[in-house]
Ligand binder design. Structure first.
Ligand code: BDP
Length: 685
């Protein structure tokens, strides 16, 4: 099994649960280069699994082919006709596929290589259920909802003290870079590409959005190494993107300016891009973080972000490239005493006035919330507001604010909520409609920050693999059920009995809400240890310039973002959403402190006071973690030793940390408010 992935623990692609596929006769017929990848995957699987049991159950023959070859394969007229009939009227595109089963024969047919690859992985994920449809006629058609399904690596080539670290990475070091260079042996990168492709990811940016001096040179000196990475990714249907520094003309080109309106700056970019494309003709383009958290950007020159983004877009255009321009632009040096500034407003205020000025190969990449990847915040109003600009939704798979892969926190339900969010509150397009293009607006798809590193199990916490898996599956189909996706992951990953799988997924499925309960209450956010963002520090960011405050005092807590008396942020939403958020009586409980500053005695729609809600959820959250520990212990011995050790150890830390959160948050609010817990539970005083 180990040889299937170089030096890593089993994951959802390991052979143990793939036996039903291996018991059939599998053939691949297509001239597309990705068909070779499918064949190589099949060989690897066979080698790693050893001789499969010869007795077939259900399917005996599996054919994977592109539609152009179907007539030439020996499947017979009837089956070929059934395959053609299964193709949806809109076609399969380059990435879709159909699965048609007639008795013992099963065909997976695609329009092109990527579809073939995705069909193959679908078969592996669904091996057991498909085998179980014995004898039945069966037809499925699949096409991804979002055209671009990207992952962003935040990997550094060289940042002290640790070379090759990963920003906000919780699973070891980078396996792309070591000692200030791209690694010589890319086998781990190849395995990662297989993992990504297996859940439908088709784009990867390979370096941190904070581009430091060394990685800037991926554009120049390290270009041959970047090309090696791109070669590996291409074999798995993944398009390479590069994060670039806005100031590259200065840092690399020796110019004294990066002013987007200067001809020599445009010329420098055109030449740099030309060189990149001669090494990587199918590069996807660039990802840019500008004027954010001390990164350089067009503001320095009195220019705006349309000028900045279009500068790069015009250099990329002749080569078919795209700029993913991030909207995480805010002032990280604000005066915390000035209540009229509100970081939540920043992205919308910067970008909405520019809507319509961006070239069509610019995609604005917008974080799901206006702050920063909190377990609960309002969904960004910017995504719905941009009508004439391509938008990509940005999610975070790495658990920066959600327990850093030491806590079990399955993020699928969060993403489903975001994707399903109605941007007007009155049957308007959802975020998923916008990301997938169903809203009829120009789109750039979905992007998410990776959670992998060189730890043997990829993600630090073995169970955090589910988040990478779920991101790919939900980007493919934003309407998929997060619980079903979780079940699919568990079934593909662990060769254990159905009852154990059901228990594992049951304990993971609510873990996000458990995490929310024992951390910052009612959407107020943060309260984390500054810089590391792990563990509680209620006032950690309260008197600092980052713009992330809770404003707790003896009378109440929360951020007033109303038009009536606060920052006016609520007016960034269309009606009726704006009014719903503006009025505490109609604002959803879970976002109350995100939008309002209220007294501790304020009664929530649940009937409880805010202070009692804080106490209750923190006690409950901890009890739920204790319960997680108990439930996991009851099934742990059915898992492999590495998984058992890993989950045991991390759960112990989660419990310790959850108690710390409970005690700090409850004590803080008890001291501030002087209101005792109605249930008389002990609060550390
Ligand atoms: C914040 C992270 C920081 C990132 C930044 C970003 O703390 O490390 O650089 O987001 O998204 O969440 O650019």
């Amino acid at each position: 099994v180990r040889s299937f992935f170089a030096g890593t623990d089993p994951c959802w692609l390991t052979p143990a649960t793939k036996q039903p596929v291996l018991r059939a006769e599998v053939s691949v017929d297509s001239a597309d280069p990705l068909a070779d990848t499918v064949r190589a995957e099949l060989d690897l699987l066979r080698q790693a699994a050893g001789a499969a049991d010869a007795a077939p159950d259900g399917v005996r023959e599996i054919l994977l082919c592109t539609l152009d070859r179907l007539g030439r394969t020996p499947v017979g007229r009837d089956l070929a006709d059934a395959v053609h009939a299964a193709v949806p009227r809109a076609g399969l595109g380059a990435e879709g596929f159909v699965v048609v089963r007639r008795g013992e024969r099963l065909v997976i047919a695609a329009g092109a290589g990527r579809g073939l690859l995705y069909g193959w992985y679908h078969l592996l994920r669904q091996a057991a259920p498909l085998a179980a449809t014995t004898g039945a006629d069966h037809t499925e058609a699949h096409r991804p909802a979002c055209a671009v399904r990207m992952v962003n690596q935040w990997d550094n080539m060289a940042v002290h003290p640790v070379m090759g670290s990963v920003e906000r990475g919780y699973a070891g070091r980078s396996f792309f870079y070591r000692d200030g260079r791209v690694v010589a042996d890319l086998s781990r990168v190849r395995d990662y590409a297989r993992l990504l492709a297996s859940v439908g990811i088709n784009a990867l940016s390979v370096n941190n959005v904070n581009v430091h001096a060394t990685e800037t040179r991926l554009l120049t000196d390290h270009l041959p190494d970047l090309a090696r990475i791109a070669d590996v990714l291409r074999e798995h249907g993944i398009t390479t993107y590069l994060s670039v520094s806005y100031a590259a003309p200065i840092e690399l080109g020796g110019l004294d300016t990066a002013d987007p309106r200067e001809q020599r700056v445009a010329r420098w970019w055109a030449e740099a891009v030309e060189r990149v494309y001669s090494a990587i003709p199918d590069l996807g383009g660039f990802v840019v973080k500008a004027d954010s958290e001390n990164r350089p950007g067009p503001f320095t020159y009195g220019a705006d972000h349309a000028d900045g983004a279009n500068l790069l877009a015009r250099a990329l255009r002749p080569h078919g490239g795209t700029v993913y321009w991030r909207c995480f632009v805010y002032d990280c040096h604000q005066d915390w005493r000035d209540r009229s500034t509100d970081r939540a407003r920043a992205a919308y205020d910067h970008f909405v006035p520019l809507d319509g000025r961006f070239d069509d190969n610019v995609v604005l990449q917008v974080k799901y919330g206006p702050l920063d990847f909190q377990v609960r915040e309002a969904v960004s109003p910017l995504i719905g507001a941009l009508r004439h600009t391509r938008v990509a939704l940005e999610l975070q798979i790495t658990q920066e604010y959600t327990g850093q892969q030491r806590h079990i926190c399955y993020l699928g339900p969060l993403w489903t909520e975001i994707l399903g969010f109605d941007t007007t509150g009155a049957g308007g397009p959802t975020i998923g409609d916008i990301a997938s293009g169903r809203a009829g607006r120009p789109t750039g798809g979905v992007v998410a920050v990776s959670n992998v590193g060189d730890d043997a199990n990829w993600t630090g916490h073995k169970l955090a693999q589910a988040n990478l898996f779920a991101y790919g599956r939900l980007a493919w189909d934003p309407l998929a059920s997060p619980d079903e996706v979780l079940a699919e992951w568990a079934r593909a990953t662990f060769a254990v009995d159905a009852a154990t799988l059901a228990e594992l997924t049951a304990l993971m499925s609510g873990s996000l809400r458990t995490y929310e309960k024992y951390t910052a209450p009612l959407g107020v956010g943060f309260m984390v240890t500054p810089h590391t963002h792990y563990g509680p520090s209620v006032n950690g960011y309260e008197y600092s310039p980052w713009g992330t405050y809770h404003f707790a005092d003896r009378d109440g807590v929360g951020v007033d973002r109303t038009v009536a008396s606060g920052s006016g942020y609520t007016a960034q939403y269309p009606e009726p959403l704006a009014s719903r958020y503006e009025d505490p009586a109609s604002c959803p409980d879970e976002l109350l402190l995100f939008f309002h500053h209220v007294p501790y005695s304020h009664v929530l729609r649940s009937g409880r006071t805010v202070i009692q809600h804080i106490y209750d959820t923190h006690f409950d959250g901890c009890d739920e973690v204790e319960d997680l520990v108990r439930r996991w212990s009851a099934i742990a011995d059915r898992f492999d030793a590495a998984t058992r050790r890993n989950v045991d150890e991390r759960l112990a830390e989660q419990l310790r940390c959850a108690r710390e959160w409970r005690d700090q948050v409850n004590t803080y609010f008890f001291r501030m408010s002087g209101v005792p817990d109605a249930e008389g539970r002990t609060i550390h005083r």
